[in-house]
Design a protein. Structure first.
Length: 362
């Protein structure tokens, strides 16, 4: 009860706070924090790409030494984990810095070409406070790299999950249904049809899952019998729940009915997963229970309120501000700031008859 209750609580944190931060992220003026929009084509291809990746990892673990593969992956996730954790704690740490803290601004700029063909590849702005957060995150990274402790693993896992929910946006509910439906089949097949998913999850020593020891009360912090929950079971439903929060806000009714409904649906689905797993004593694909709950509960509410048409016609991408460039391959930005400014100036100087076009045409 302690282990699985803690897993449920840890899963809810990145979904709740990631959804809240996704609202402000959608309207961010900072290109380094702009969300990546998942289209219906991306959603349809995602289960295929995930299946190929999973099978590839399985074959790697069967052919090559598990020790060397995990060493390489540990270094990779060491760097990613530090960056993700730093980005996660930065807004909270800003409250603890004194007002007279010497905060200097920095910019990391990477360009391609020269002259008129010069293009920005990376344009990342940060300050001294961000460097302090990066140093603190590095301590956790070294701890994870040396000890592989489950607390360090969970800190990185929570950071990955929160960043995923915050920065990955579904463009509409239909795309969300395609993505969740495809991964529903993916999860069921690879867990029940083969031993691939379970084998990779147990062999993969990387913060791609949240873990909590079931023998914590007997062995303390050095416990080693873990219950686990994959990050995909958090991020995938989480970005759908975040989409419903933005839909709630677009209705301008000062209520978050669909967000809270889907949030409760997630708790119900995850609780049902744990219950079934306890009854049958076998690993369960969490999306088997999460997908019907997270889609079905809000859809029933929409049917009761007569807002099904509004739900499926809602476009999340419309929330991005007109002066904010859309990213298609984050973090690459095509075009220099000067060309972007010229383009926007031309749009602003168009005749009145051109500005009366429909929003979709614009």
């Amino acid at each position: 009860a302690l282990a699985y209750g803690s897993l449920v609580l840890m899963a809810l944190l990145p979904i709740f706070f990631g959804a809240l931060r996704s609202v402000s992220c959608a309207k961010s003026k900072n290109s380094s924090e702009m969300p990546e929009t998942i289209t219906s084509r991306d959603a349809a291809r995602f289960p295929i790409v995930a299946s190929c990746t999973l099978l590839g990892l399985y074959l790697f673990f069967k052919i090559f030494s598990q020790e060397y593969i995990n060493l390489l992956l540990s270094m990779y996730f060491f760097v990613l984990g530090i960056l993700a954790l730093s980005h996660t704690i930065s807004p909270m740490m800003n409250r603890f810095f004194p007002a007279n803290f010497p905060n200097k601004q920095y910019q990391l700029l990477f360009t391609q070409g020269s002259g008129e063909t010069k293009e920005e590849i990376v344009n990342y702005e940060f300050d001294t406070k961000d460097l302090v957060c990066l140093a603190m995150s590095s301590v956790v990274g070294v701890w994870y790299l040396l000890r592989k402790h489950w607390i360090a693993n969970n800190l990185f896992g929570l950071a990955f999950s929160l960043n995923g929910v915050e920065l990955l946006h579904l463009n509409n509910v239909s795309t969300g249904c395609i993505l969740l439906g495809g991964l529903f089949i993916y999860d069921v097949f690879w867990v029940f049809g083969t031993n691939v998913m379970v084998t990779v999850a147990k062999s993969f020593e990387a913060p791609i899952k949240l873990v909590f020891p079931q023998d914590l009360l007997e062995k303390g912090l050095e416990a080693d019998n873990f219950a686990m929950l994959g990050l995909g079971d958090i991020v995938i439903p989480g970005i759908f729940i975040a989409l419903l929060l933005r839909f709630d806000i677009s209705l301008k009714k000062n209520t978050h009915t669909y967000f809270y409904t889907s949030f409760v649906a997630y708790i119900f689905g995850l609780g049902l997963t744990i219950f079934i797993m306890h009854i049958f004593k076998h690993a369960q694909p969490a999306l088997l229970y999460l997908v019907p709950a997270c889609i079905g509960f809000p859809l029933l509410v929409a049917l009761a309120k007569g807002e099904v048409t509004e739900m499926f016609s809602y476009e999340s991408s419309a929330e991005i501000l007109p002066h904010t460039p859309r990213l298609t391959h984050f973090p690459t930005v095509s075009g220099s700031p000067a060309s972007l400014a010229d383009s926007m100036q031309q749009k602003l100087s168009c005749p009145r008859r051109r500005r009366q076009q429909s929003p979709s045409a614009m």
